[in-house]
Design a protein around this ligand. Sequence first.
Ligand code: KE4
Length: 427
Amino acid sequence: MKIKKSQKLYKKALKSMPGGVNSPVRAFKAVGGNPIFIERAKGSKLYDVDGNQYIDYVLSWGPLILGHAYPSVVKALSKAIEKGTSYGAPTRLEIELAELVKAAFPSMEKIRMVNSGTEATMSAIRVARGFTNRSKVIKFEGCYHGHVDGLLVSAGSGGATLGIPDSLGVPNSYAAETIVLPFNDKEAFKSTVKEHWRDIACVIIEPIVGNMGCILPKEDFLIALREETEKYGILLIFDEVMTGFRVSFGGAQSYYGVKPDLTCLGKVIGGGLPVGAYGGKREIMQMVAPEGAVYQAGTLSGNPLAMTAGIETLKILKKSSTYKRLEKTMAHLEEGLREAAKRAGIKVKFYRAGTMFCTYFTDIEVIDAKTAKTSDTEKFKKFFWGMLQKGIYIAPSQFEAGFISLSHNIKDIEKTIEAAYKTFKEL
Ligand code: KE4
């Protein structure tokens, strides 16, 4: 596999950017070696600067659910750009995207557009604290909600005690406002809330965890969160930045029929341009400036290009045939990967929700961060490079989710299954 040009660019990038990248996971630290630099993308394919072609299962970490440079999105963007890129003033496009989102997420009675998932979760927590006049936040181990200071926290000793920072630069005082609990542990949640509810503003959760691979909630876990938070006046925030429009048109909340008080979105609703959003009950969202006293703002929030890409993407997702096609492709890939591992005699655990999925190299059921970590990351590393060399680009970390797009065709899936079988055999 030719990688000379990527290596040259990487050396140059290291001189100007920390780790040569603008987001850590892109640096391939979890799999070793150096990142490949992408030249362009089209449909299900990535093309790197050395001319290698890959079938892409990262899709910019979820947003490109239609595929890269999707014709109607490109066409709409090229028209929109003629009208300018950003005005810092309201436009009809923001209303259009907000209404499209509301139609899919009825729990989001009012929405605020921001520029990233991190901004969405950070703002939703601030609103929850403003609304409840309480300061503590519960999060779950292995869930990632963006690089919000107070959420870069891992479980303190003894579970429900105060969190400890898991990033330099996060003051202990910030971490102390966060309680970290194990995902899928209903009892730990109930007892913590029973004891601390007076101080707890909100619970934030990835309803399906996409940042430890792909971990599904146990049957009654989300219902327990909803019931207990309701009981104690704690706001339930679903971080659907990854699951929104990915696990179904209405996200995980419609997939499981559990209605949160606030929802955070990102990725897909920007169609590949920078967008995030948060929203929920009218009575909560009226706390947000300029209507209410919780301040939140953004120069490029709701800008016309990002809105245009999001609107075009959601218009296509709205067609029911879209999810039928995505489901068919995903089921074909799932069956093929399971079969390939079995034929090659490799023990894997495969999980998926809609079109986000993960293959763990373990034979233990993965239900939380602890069990996810039983996966053999050395085996994953070999699998990653073996697949890359066969033209299949999967996430460069065992603890990330994979995605497919509307542009992935039968040929792509068959090639992927074949490559997986050969690579499983090589392990
Ligand atoms: P951004 O700020 O990166 O747009 O969104 C943060 C975020 C919030 N919530 C969830 C559930 C997320 O998955 C993310 C971002 N996901 C990672 C992938 N694991 C983005 C990739 C990256 O960090 O470069």
